[in-house]
Write a protein that binds this ligand. Structure first.
Ligand SMILES: Cc1cc2nc3c(=O)[nH]c(=O)nc-3n(C[C@H](O)[C@H](O)[C@H](O)COP(=O)(O)OP(=O)(O)OC[C@H]3O[C@@H](n4cnc5c(N)ncnc54)[C@H](O)[C@@H]3O)c2cc1C
Length: 525
C-alpha cells in the first residue's frame, strides 16, 4: 500500500491533519482499534480559545505561560493562542455543537489557571462531540481512507528519512508495510504507563516509542500531568471528574469534612492542577485515607444533571448520587506534556516525519499544561503540519536549540536470556505500571528514580528479547512501548535536577534559574 500522507491515529490531531492534507493527495488514517477510540473521545471539560468579549490572545498567552512555570516556548504558545479562535471557528463550521447561552452566544466556562471564561464545551462530553464532527467530515472527504484495527509497530527509514511504517493487522495477525511521502504520528500520549490513569487503554505511548527507536529527539517526558480528581471506587476504572466541576464551584474536602485547598493556595480549588494534585497527595499521606471528596451538593440538583450528565450518570452507576453526596476522588496520570520534539510546523528531527497532538512536544505546555489547551494544541498544530507537508516536504528537518538539560538513552538491546516470564505481556505491563506509580509518581526522590530506572532497564531488555523471539501481538508491541516510555520519563526526571511545575523532587525542592527555558532533550544515540 502506498499513499501521499500516512496518518497514525484517528483522534483530533490525526483527523485534523487528514482533513487539511486531503486536498493535496491521498491520505490513509491508520488506527489500532475502532476509529473513535481515542483520548479525544473521552475529553470532558472543553477546548480553550480566547473568544469571549472580555478576552484576548494576550491574556490566554499570559495564563498559559504562568501555568507552564517558566518552561513554555513563548513562540509556540503565541501560535497556539493566536490561531486557536480561527481553528475553533473551523470546527464549528464543520458542525461541532458547543453549548450556547439563551441569546445564542457561546457559553464559555472557566477552569483552573484561566483568568477569563474561555472554555467551549458540549456539556461534559466535548471530546465526543469533536470526534463525531471530525469523523463525519472525514467520511465525506474524498481521498481519505480509514484503516481500523491496524497497529503501527515501527517506522520504516530509508537514507535517514521516514518512508512508512510496519503494521500489524490486529484481527488477522498479518504483518505488512505501508509507504507514504509523509508520515504523521498522532498516536496520543502514554497515560497507561501508570497504574492509575484517566486514559483509555489505547494510550500506550506507541508513537513516542517508535520515534525514539527511529532516532528522533524526545523532549520533556518528566512532565506528566496527574489529574487531581478521578473517581475513586474499587469497581470503577479511573473515571475522570472534570476540572469543570471545580470551575462550577466544587469544593475539595477531607473525610472529616475539612476544606483543605485554601491552606495550599489562595486560588484554592481553582489553582493549577499540579498544585491541587500535590495538595491531595499530601493530605492523603497525612491522613492515611485512600481518597478525598469533591463536594457539589450545594449546587442546584437540576443544574448538576444538565451540566454534567455523563459524570452524574456514571457516578450513579456506582451508587453515588453527586447531587446529594460528595464524590470520592484520587489523582491519576492524565496528560503527557512532553513527547516527540517538533518545531512550529509539527516537524520532528527525522525527515518526512511529523508529530501532532499529545504524542508531540511543541513547547506550549512547558512544565504544566493549562486545562483545555491540549485539544487546542492538537487542532492548531495539525493544520500547520498538513500545510507544511503538502508544500514543503523536502526541506531539511529542524533541530532543537541546544539545551542545558540533555541526555542520551539508547533503545534497549535484547537481554542475552529473556527471563522465563518475559513473554507474559500482561505481567510485564503490570510490573512497569507498578514501578512507575510507586517510584516515578507525583512527588519523586532521586533514590526512587534510580531504583525505577534500574528495574525498568532490566525489564525493557528482557522484553526486547522476548519481542524478537515470539510472534508479534498487540500485547507484545504495547508492553515494549510502555517500557520505552517508562524509561524515557524516568531518565528525563533524573536529568532535571530541580522541582518545576509537574516535576517535583524532594532532593531538589526549588526551581533553578539556569534551568528556566531549558527543555529536557533525550537523544537515542
Ligand atoms: C478523560 C480525559 C479527559 C480529557 N479532557 C480534556 C479536556 O477537557 N480538554 C482538553 O483540552 N484535553 C482533554 N484531555 C486530553 C485530550 O483529550 C488529549 O490530549 C487529546 O485528545 C489528544 O488527541 P490526539 O489526537 O493527540 O490523540 P488521541 O485522541 O489519544 O488519539 C490517538 C489515536 O492514535 C491511535 N493509536 C495509538 N497508537 C497507535 C498505533 N500504534 N497504531 C495505530 N493507531 C494508534 C489511537 O487508537 C487513537 O485513534 C482529556 C483526556 C482524557 C483521557
Amino acid at each position: 500500500m502506498e499513499y501521499d500522507f500516512l496518518v497514525l491515529g484517528s483522534g483530533m490531531a490525526g483527523l485534523t491533519f487528514a482533513l487539511n492534507a486531503a486536498p493535496h493527495g491521498t491520505v490513509a488514517i491508520l488506527t489500532k482499534k475502532q476509529r473513535s477510540e481515542s483520548n479525544t473521545n473521552y475529553a470532558q471539560g472543553g477546548i480553550a480559545a480566547a473568544m469571549g468579549a472580555d478576552d484576548s490572545w494576550e491574556l490566554h498567552l499570559q495564563d498559559t505561560l504562568i501555568a507552564g512555570a517558566g518552561l513554555c516556548d513563548r513562540e509556540a504558545v503565541e501560535v497556539l493562542v493566536r490561531e486557536g479562535p480561527r481553528m475553533v471557528q473551523w470546527l464549528i463550521e464543520l458542525g461541532a455543537q458547543f453549548d450556547r447561552n439563551p441569546d445564542g452566544s457561546l457559553a464559555l466556562g472557566r477552569e483552573g489557571g484561566h483568568s477569563r471564561n474561555r472554555i467551549l464545551h458540549a456539556a461534559d462530553h466535548t471530546g465526543y462531540e469533536i470526534e463525531r464532527t471530525l469523523l463525519i467530515a472525514a467520511r465525506k472527504t474524498p481521498h481519505i481512507t480509514v484503516l481500523e484495527h491496524y497497529q503501527a509497530l515501527d517506522l520504516l527509514l530509508q537514507d535517514g528519512a521516514c518512508v512508512g511504517v510496519r503494521v500489524l493487522d490486529t484481527l488477522t495477525g498479518d504483518l505488512f508495510e505501508i509507504r507514504a511521502r509523509a508520515v504523521l504520528l498522532a498516536t496520543g500520549g502514554c497515560g497507561q504507563v501508570y497504574l492509575h490513569t484517566s486514559n483509555p487503554p489505547i494510550a500506550t505511548g506507541d508513537g513516542i516509542a517508535m520515534a525514539w527507536r527511529a532516532g528522533a529527539v524526545i523532549a520533556n517526558m518528566e512532565f506528566i500531568q496527574f489529574h487531581p480528581t478521578t473517581l475513586y471506587h474499587t469497581d470503577a476504572p479511573s473515571f475522570l471528574i472534570s476540572e469543570a466541576v471545580r470551575g462550577e464551584g466544587g469544593l475539595l474536602k477531607r473525610r472529616d469534612g475539612y476544606r483543605f485547598m485554601p491552606d495550599y493556595d489562595p486560588r484554592a480549588e481553582l489553582a493549577p492542577r499540579d498544585i491541587v494534585a500535590r495538595a491531595i497527595d499530601a493530605e492523603l499521606k497525612k491522613t492515611g485515607d485512600s481518597c478525598v471528596y469533591l463536594d457539589i451538593t450545594h449546587l442546584d440538583a437540576e443544574f448538576i444533571q444538565r451540566r454534567f450528565p455523563t459524570i452524574y450518570q456514571t457516578c450513579l452507576q456506582y451508587g453515588i448520587d453527586i447531587t446529594r453526596e460528595p464524590i470520592p476522588v484520587v489523582p491519576a496520570a492524565h496528560y503527557t506534556c512532553g513527547g516527540v520534539w517538533t518545531d512550529l510546523h509539527g516537524r520532528t528531527t527525522i525527515p518526512r516525519l511529523y508529530a501532532c497532538g499529545e504524542v508531540a512536544y511543541t513547547g506550549v505546555h512547558g512544565a504544566n499544561r493549562l486545562a483545555s489547551n491540549s485539544l487546542l494544541e492538537a487542532l492548531v498544530f495539525a493544520e500547520r503540519a498538513a500545510i507544511h507537508a503538502a508544500a514543503r516536504l523536502d526541506e531539511p528537518p529542524p533541530q532543537p536549540k541546544p539545551s542545558c538539560i540533555t541526555a542520551r538513552l539508547a533503545p534497549p538491546t535484547p537481554a542475552p536470556q529473556p527471563d522465563d516470564h518475559a513473554d507474559n505481556w500482561d505481567a510485564a505491563r503490570l510490573r512497569i505500571r507498578q514501578v512507575m506509580q510507586k517510584r516515578v509518581g507525583i512527588v519523586r526522590t532521586v533514590a526512587r528514580l534510580q531504583e525505577a530506572f534500574c528495574a525498568l532497564e532490566t525489564l525493557a531488555a528482557q522484553l526486547e528479547a522476548a519481542y524478537r523471539q515470539t510472534p508479534i501481538t498487540v500485547d507484545s508491541c504495547e508492553a515494549r512501548n510502555l517500557a520505552a516510555c517508562a524509561l524515557l520519563i524516568t531518565q528525563s526526571a533524573l536529568a532535571r535536577k530541580e522541582s518545576r511545575g509537574l516535576h517535583s523532587v524532594l532532593d531538589y525542592p526549588e526551581p533553578r534559574d539556569e534551568y528556566a527555558a531549558c527543555p529536557t532533550l533525550i537523544t537515542p544515540a
